[in-house]
Design a protein around this ligand. Structure first.
Ligand code: PGA
Length: 252
């Protein structure tokens, strides 16, 4: 009913040369594994090289952020049409590292998401609770609120180009993974929220990924859960064999 998407988030890793070599090595390893979409979200300067290397393969390229204005005096920012022309099809928005270290708020995440969708990019929208929120028992409220704020003003038609990545912040880069039950439950809360904002159809169709220390060892049980439609993978996306093993788990 909905597409499984396995996406790598390289974060601030890999030069353009390394990106090209990685994709040439990965392409034959994931070839024909069509039960999921395979995406790599790479640093801005890697996009053109990565897109060229991915031509004729089933690997799609994404960026890790986009600004909400079309152009102008925004030193250090990147516009959606620049990403598209460089060869990006996807963009990650609202990653917890952007929220934590670079002052992103639900408001800027919403603006960036609207701009990206209007320009024709597909969005991987990240949200999730921090450790204290999970321990206080308010995870459901937090993710429901983020879902509502981040998607404000986005139409049901536009939502077809949105993937939501549920990423508990305490699980990112820590080696701690949500249990499959926790991932399923919280992805389910997000899906219910989408149903409440839009419709049951929209909720049934939207891809909701889990992210946070997903790796070759735990991917199969996480992906087996009904509400988990893929993964957003940081550390394990930097190694062709580990990333391929996750793609394999999604194709089993
Ligand atoms: P991780 O990162 O897999 O290294 O925990 C996931 C993410 O930040 O998207």
């Amino acid at each position: 009913m909905r597409k499984t998407v396995i996406a790598g988030n390289w974060k601030m890793n890999m030069t353009p040369k390394a990106a090209g070599e990685f994709i040439h090595a990965l392409a034959p390893m994931v070839k024909g594994k069509d039960k999921c979409d395979v995406v790599l979200c790479v640093p801005f300067v890697d996009i053109a090289v990565a897109a060229e290397a991915a031509k004729g393969t089933n690997i799609k390229i994404g960026a890790q952020n986009v600004h909400f204005e079309a152009k102008g005096a925004f030193t250090g920012e990147i516009a959606a049409d620049m990403l598209l022309e460089a060869g990006a099809e996807y963009v990650i928005i609202g990653h917890s590292e952007r929220r934590q270290y670079f002052g992103e708020t639900d408001e800027t995440v919403n603006l960036r998401t609207k701009a990206a969708l209007a320009a024709g990019l597909k969005v991987i929208l990240c949200l999730g609770e921090v450790k204290e929120q999970r321990l206080s028992g308010i995870t459901d409220e937090v993710v429901a609120m983020q879902t509502k704020l981040d998607l404000a003003g986005i139409s049901e038609e536009q939502l077809k180009n949105v993937i939501i990545a549920y990423e508990p912040v305490w699980a990112i880069g820590t080696g701690l993974t949500a249990t499959p039950e926790q991932a399923d439950e919280t992805c389910g809360v997000i899906r219910k929220t989408v149903a409440a904002i839009y419709s049951k159809k929209a909720a049934d169709e939207i891809t909701i990924q889990y992210g946070g220390s997903m790796n070759d060892g735990n991917a199969a049980e996480l992906l087996a859960k009904a509400n988990v439609d893929g993964g957003l993978i940081g550390g394990a996306s930097l190694k062709t064999d580990k990333f391929t093993a996750i793609v394999d788990a999604a194709n089993a």
